[in-house]
Design a protein around this ligand. Structure first.
Ligand code: ASP
Length: 312
């Protein structure tokens, strides 16, 4: 990337133990196509001079609409056979943030999170309160059938009735999902957003890192914007997203170095399998993970769309 790109964008569609042998050419094409589509949505906003906040919302909405990812349509089943979704968004310019946790039937939880930020004095609204707010705001709802996905249903059947919880997106033992986006706009502002269905067979009302500002999502114009994916409980304990900002602000690390420290030094001792994407105020992007793969995409300085799954 050049020193100072006009704008920057990176997205993820979850990290985990993704086995190259299970990745058929058709599957890979579908994932890459969905990631490119989400990048295009955010890029269009940024090209037209829109805000980083609008760009991350547009990219995350696109990923939420795609059943391949564990967010919105395609969200995993909880222990009660329901889809309970979490999402958050943060504006780096003024540190405003909005989030929702344990919401049902909301087509695009990231947009509800944005509405919490824009229309309420609160940061995080959960469960029935968030659902009532969605109604009041005329946020698009879908019936249960819209969220049904046979693959996710089969995943749930394997753990149903047990205490086992399972993260999405893996062929092996560790499974992750979640989607997110980070952006820098032409005005020099940063934003981040994250959305998830959480973990298969999670307990009723379990809340992961994704809707928690500082854990799964953080943005601050002074440093960077971050969106995480992985074992939520560990990311909460590590305050992972904020830690990238803290390492840059207080210790003077570069974005790449701060991301490396969090992903490879701080998270593993906490069983924090997963990864994160981040962008700094100069438009440098970092996409790093400590497991075998992370569905991800970013814009090159020349505007070209890039996607990757494994460590290339
Ligand atoms: N971090 C999410 C959670 O724990 C899951 C994921 O990233 O796949 O809810």
């Amino acid at each position: 990337m050049s020193d100072k790109p006009r704008f920057a964008l990176a997205i993820h569609g979850g990290a985990g133990t993704i086995s190259p042998s299970e990745m058929t050419p058709d599957r890979e094409k579908a994932y890459r196509g969905a990631l490119e589509e989400a990048l295009r949505k955010g890029k269009t906003v940024l090209e037209e001079g829109g805000s980083a906040l609008d760009a991350v919302e547009a990219s995350v909405r696109s990923l939420e609409d795609h059943p391949l990812f564990n967010a919105g349509r395609g969200a995993v089943f909880n222990a009660d056979g329901q889809h309970e979704m979490d999402a958050s968004i943060m504006n780096g310019a003024d540190l405003r943030a909005g989030a929702v946790a344990c919401v049902h039937n909301v087509k695009n939880p990231v947009t509800l999170a944005r509405r919490v930020m824009d229309k309420t004095p609160h940061v995080l609204i959960s469960g029935p309160g968030a659902f009532e707010f969605a109604h009041r705001e005329k946020i698009l709802l879908e019936d249960d059938q819209y969220f049904f996905d046979q693959f996710r249903y089969d995943q749930w059947q394997k753990t149903k009735g047990t205490d086992a919880v399972q993260l999405d997106h893996s062929d092996g033992e560790h499974k992750y999902g979640t989607v997110g986006a980070v952006a820098l706009d032409a005005q020099g502002h940063l934003a981040a957003a994250t959305s998830t269905g959480g973990m298969t067979n999670k307990r009723w009302m379990r809340i992961g890192d994704s809707p928690l500002i500082g854990a799964g999502t953080y943005a601050n114009d002074a440093s960077c914007a971050v969106s995480c994916t992985g074992h939520g409980e560990s990311f909460i304990r590590a305050v992972a997203a904020f830690d990238v900002h803290a390492l840059m602000s207080y210790k003077g690390l570069s974005l790449a170095e701060a991301v490396r420290v969090v992903v490879h030094d701080k998270l593993p001792p906490l069983d924090g399998d997963g990864g994160l994407i981040a962008v700094d105020r100069n438009g440098q992007v970092a996409l790093d993970f400590n497991c075998s793969g992370m569905y991800r995409g970013w814009l090159e300085a020349d505007g070209a769309l890039r996607t990757a799954i494994f460590r290339d």
